[in-house]
Design a protein around this ligand. Structure first.
Ligand code: C2O
Ligand code: CU
Ligand code: CU
Length: 466
């Protein structure tokens, strides 16, 4: 039986439950391909499609995991096994990476390092048990600027075993598309900008829509999940006039929830907000990002119905995820310096090359997703604690992301930091941030900037845990 809240979330205010885009036929197709194997929970078939992003135009050559729809929001349960079949409907190789999930290396989705390329019409089964709850996302790890730039970025929600008590759970996939006025893709990047902050998109969207409006229950409690899946943009999120509290960042509950003023969200990062919606019907709340040109609206929430009269104090706090506490007294420090590279040529690869090498980690530019990427940046011993000194030697911001393990923020040389647990940390210009972790997940884990032009032009490496 559905509770009142579940009913509201699925029926009256179903905005969050965007049509999954995965049909029964798709699922059956996946089953027959799977032979004797049990069918996967979901079949993800990336493919090209046309779709209207800019009102009045139809964009050709988009890519999605959904059927004539944006990538579906995947929902799974903390501690419960989940299976997905990738069936490649593109005319190029791809893989799927599950951003932020601490799962085995074999299902991490990095070509060559953890799995073979998945070519056209090939199938690859991902099976894992998410240990942490929260807001995550999924995307290819092959030809990333092209594939992600054209649409292959989807949200992934791992539900807590116990419902924290919201009336509605709404997820916004925040990203840009680089389109001309006619709605068609323009060149994904400019080399001059790739060597600096990165090339911004031209159309801001939430769930592939320009400034969508969502109905929300008046006086109710909303869990708003924001995921920055853009290839470049650093959002500065604000919700003027809203009673909005930050309850989790990058899937991990914050130690003490705090009121949202303006909070930066770099490419790859996520934020969960608990919002007490205005009591009267017809009130509008805006989700905005600050930019040089002033605030830009990403989405609006419009209250509907009679006042539910809820209050933020009624929410159960989110339980922390089971991430091991590093032993700082016995931790080994390892410096990682992010800098420009003196080399300028890229290396050709099945997973695409931008043709340039602008960036380096510890002076080594990543050659690309090639069969011999060279040795690891560091070798960690399983079970030991480490402090990473993340040193930004550049005047640009870099959201630095580690696969497979979460880390705790310790300190910055520029600002006070909350002791957050995360998988992606935004390093501002010339900033050094020290983070700590327990190396508890064996394998080769990619470590890179999530500005995809930076990732693809050298700002990538990997860490081996043995
Ligand atoms: Cu979002 Cu290498 O990852
Ligand atoms: Cu990742
Ligand atoms: Cu970067």
């Amino acid at each position: 039986m559905l509770t009142r809240r579940e009913f509201m979330a699925t029926a009256a205010f179903g905005a969050g439950a965007v049509a999954s885009g995965v049909t029964l036929a798709e699922t059956l197709a996946g089953q027959s391909r799977a032979g004797g194997e049990a069918p996967a929970d979901v079949v993800l078939r990336p493919r090209r499609l046309q779709h209207s992003i800019l009102p009045g135009t139809t964009t050709e050559g988009m890519m999605s995991y959904g059927v004539n729809a944006p990538p579906p929001v995947l929902r799974m349960k903390q501690g419960k096994v989940f299976t997905a079949d990738l069936v490649n409907g593109l005319d190029e190789a791809t893989t799927i990476h599950w951003h932020g999930l601490r799962i085995p290396n074999a299902v991490d989705g990095v070509p060559f390092l953890t799995q073979p390329y998945v070519y056209t019409d090939e199938r690859f089964r991902y099976a894992f048990t998410p240990p942490d709850a929260g807001t995550f996302w999924y995307h290819p790890h092959c030809n990333t600027l092209e594939q992600m730039g054209r649409g292959l970025t989807g949200l992934l929600i791992v539900e807590e075993p116990e419902d924290p008590g919201f009336d509605l759970d709404l997820a916004l996939n925040l990203r840009d598309f680089r389109l001309g006025d006619d709605g068609q893709f323009i060149r994904q990047f400019k080399p001059r900008l790739a060597a600096r902050g990165g090339t911004l998109g031209t159309v801001l969207t939430a769930n592939w829509q320009v400034e969508p409006r969502y109905d929300v229950p008046a006086g109710g409690l909303l869990r708003l999940r924001l995921a920055a899946t853009d290839v470049t943009r650093i959002y500065r999120i604000q919700m003027p006039g809203a009673e909005a509290r930050v309850i989790a960042l990058d899937a991990n509950p914050v130690p003490v929830p705090f009121d949202l003023e303006v909070y930066p969200l770099g490419a790859g990062q996520r934020m969960d907000l608990a919002i007490r919606l205005p009591a009267e019907e017809g009130q509008v709340l805006r989700v905005e990002t600050q930019s040089g040109a002033g605030p830009k609206v990403l989405a609006s929430l419009v209250t509907k119905g009679s006042n539910l009269g809820r209050s933020l104090a009624e929410l159960r706090p989110l339980p922390p995820n089971p991430v091991k506490e590093p032993d700082l007294a016995n931790a080994t420090s390892i410096p990682f310096e992010f800098s420009w590279s003196a080399e300028k040529a890229g290396v050709e690869s099945i997973c695409g090359s931008l043709g340039f090498s602008f960036w380096a980690i510890n002076r080594v530019p990543w050659p690309g997703d090639v069969p011999d990427p060279g040795g690891p940046l560091a070798v960690l011993k399983q079970g030991q604690s480490y402090i990473f000194n993340l040193i930004n030697r550049t005047p640009n911001s870099h959201p630095i992301h580690l696969h497979g393990m979460s880390f705790r923020l310790l300190r910055s040389n520029q600002r006070a930091l909350l002791p957050l647990v995360t998988d992606t940390v935004l390093l501002e210009a010339n900033e050094q941030i020290d983070v700590a972790l327990v190396a508890d997940n064996p394998g080769d884990w990619v470590f890179h900037c999530h500005v995809i032009e930076h990732q693809k032009t050298g700002l990538t490496g990997y860490i081996k845990v043995v």
